[in-house]
Design a protein around this ligand. Structure first.
Ligand code: 6PG
Length: 248
């Protein structure tokens, strides 16, 4: 189990979003320079929306060649893409629609297709990353959020998917939320070169403390799976979400 590579305490969500956008562009620039390609898997929810908006702002939009960037998602709700619940829609409205990206670079999870959507997403990832059997994708940038219950992506406490070690993406049902989701699995997340976890708000403080400082119990704190990540793990947390950390 590795400890986080870095825990960055940010003044507030705006500061965390700016640091996250800077890190996104730095990693994208390095990946494109080295391989002519950059792959990112985006998080859903509200916390990353300000980061996404920054990426299409004057300061960042011209920083990389977006035609060399490929956008995936870490998870998606099983809704139509035009639904306000859609993680695709959240990112599309916040920044993707303003970028000069070929449609084939946007790898939407077809949540509306349920289990078939999960299988389709797995096939698309396998094809794109040219994976052999048993291999997992290596995303350059994996952005994750954290729920107050310690979930990340759509890996919720008590889910069998938290222990999935064969598949890349699975269709799950959140008993708590009573909604179906499609999510990347722990090995698909942990094989990333860079994982960035973004957390803001006092309501996340307990989950953040458990995630970073708590005993290893991923069945109740799924975000702890990132302790097994093979690449860099960076937490960007504002003061409110860091409130309960002892190591401050
Ligand atoms: C989702 C996300 C999920 C999110 C957390 C935090 O589909 O909802 O992928 O893992 O990151 O639920 O959500 P907020 O940022 O809205 O608090």
């Amino acid at each position: 189990m590795s400890a986080p590579s870095e825990v960055v305490i940010c003044a507030d969500l705006s500061d965390a979003a700016r640091k996250g956008a800077e890190l996104f562009i730095r990693i994208a620039s390095r990946s494109i320079a080295r391989r002519g390609l950059f792959t990112a898997a985006l998080s859903g929810g509200n916390t990353p929306l300000r980061l996404y908006s920054l990426l299409s702002s004057g300061r960042f939009i011209g920083a990389i060649d977006w035609e060399r960037a490929h956008i995936f998602w870490g998870d998606e709700r099983c809704v139509r893409p035009e639904s306000d619940e859609s993680n695709f829609k959240g990112a599309y409205v916040a920044f993707i629609r303003r970028l000069n990206m070929p449609p084939g670079n946007i790898h939407r999870i077809r949540g509306e297709r349920g289990e078939a959507g999960a299988e389709e997403y797995e096939r698309e990832i396998k094809r794109f990353f040219r994976l052999s059997c048993g291999e997992f994708p290596r995303f350059d940038f994996m952005l994750l959020g954290i729920g107050a219950d310690g979930h990340t992506a759509s890996l919720f406490p008590g889910m069998d998917a938290v222990k999935e070690d064969k598949r890349t993406a699975v269709h799950v049902m959140s008993d708590k939320l009573k909604t179906a989701r499609i999510t990347l699995t722990p090995p698909a997340i942990n094989n990333s070169s860079n994982i960035v976890l973004l957390a803001s708000g006092r309501e996340k403080a307990s989950a953040v403390k458990t995630a970073i400082e708590g005993a290893f119990k991923p069945e109740s704190s799924p975000v702890q799976i990132t302790r097994s990540a093979s690449g860099d793990v960076t937490w960007l947390i504002d003061r409110d979400a860091a409130f309960e950390l002892a190591s401050l």
